[in-house]
Ligand binder design. Structure first.
Ligand code: SAH
Length: 211
């Protein structure tokens, strides 16, 4: 598995435009196969999303890496992740930041992710079940916010819960295709850049899509 992981990092991440050495090292350390259902184990190091139950997916490694790289982490950040899913992205963030708050709307996925992360020895994460499109006002503000499901537009509460100078990555667009947007908050508002086209499962909630 470790060799397959090394090949995935070299071929699908470093071989493309993932240049942040800390991000590459985190992908080398985190065992993606621990977050993948038994029946897909032999695909754990393919660069593709895989089903994790409840109609949801563990995202493609390249996209997880690109989103992480866009966050420009230095190890001191408090991060909000919307869409825990398998917990794989949570583990990558826990490796690279100070503290990760992660929220998932499907309780069974949240429970499984929490178990996997604890088994792997992570202690700097907090899981929540609920509608993450509203953020986590009681724990705001956050230095970084990452949304791992597609929204019609950047959810307003999330921009509000970002620190000045903070960065949010969020796929925005239609249900079938989105732009990965990188939003940087400043004193007067925010600026937006587009990293790539992507396809995520929908963000279901108050500031997302209807079920
Ligand atoms: N980061 C995850 C990706 C999971 S897919 C991983 O690497 O495994 C996106 C997840 O967002 C799904 O689990 C879905 O249930 C969840 N989701 C969708 N809408 C949500 C919302 N409003 N609040 C929290 N989670 C949501």
């Amino acid at each position: 598995m470790e060799q397959l992981r090394g090949e995935m990092v070299a071929r699908d991440l470093a071989g493309r435009d993932i240049y942040d050495q800390q991000v590459l090292a985190a992908f080398q350390r985190v065992e993606r196969h621990r977050f993948v259902p038994e029946e897909f184990l032999n695909h754990a190091y393919d660069d593709r999303p895989l089903p994790i139950g409840g109609g949801q997916t563990i995202s493609q490694p390249y996209i997880v890496a690109l989103m992480t790289q866009c966050l420009r982490l230095n190890g001191e950040e408090r991060i909000l992740e919307v869409g825990t899913g398998s917990g794989y992205q949570t583990a990558i963030l826990a490796e690279l930041a100070w503290e990760v708050y992660t929220i998932e709307r499907i309780a069974s996925l949240s429970e499984r992710a929490q178990k996997t992360l604890a088994e792997l020895g992570y202690a700097n994460f907090h899981v929540f079940v609920g509608d993450g499109s509203q953020g986590l006002p009681q724990h705001a503000p956050f230095d970084r916010i990452i949304v791992t499901a597609a929204a019609p537009q950047p959810p307003a509460p999330l921009i509000e819960q970002l620190t000045v100078g903070g960065i949010m990555v969020v796929p925005t667009g239609s249900r079938v295709g989105q732009d990965l947007e990188v939003i940087t908050k400043n004193r007067d508002g925010f600026t937006t850049a587009t990293a790539c086209r992507c396809t995520f499962v929908p963000l279901i909630g108050e500031h997302g899509y209807e079920k």
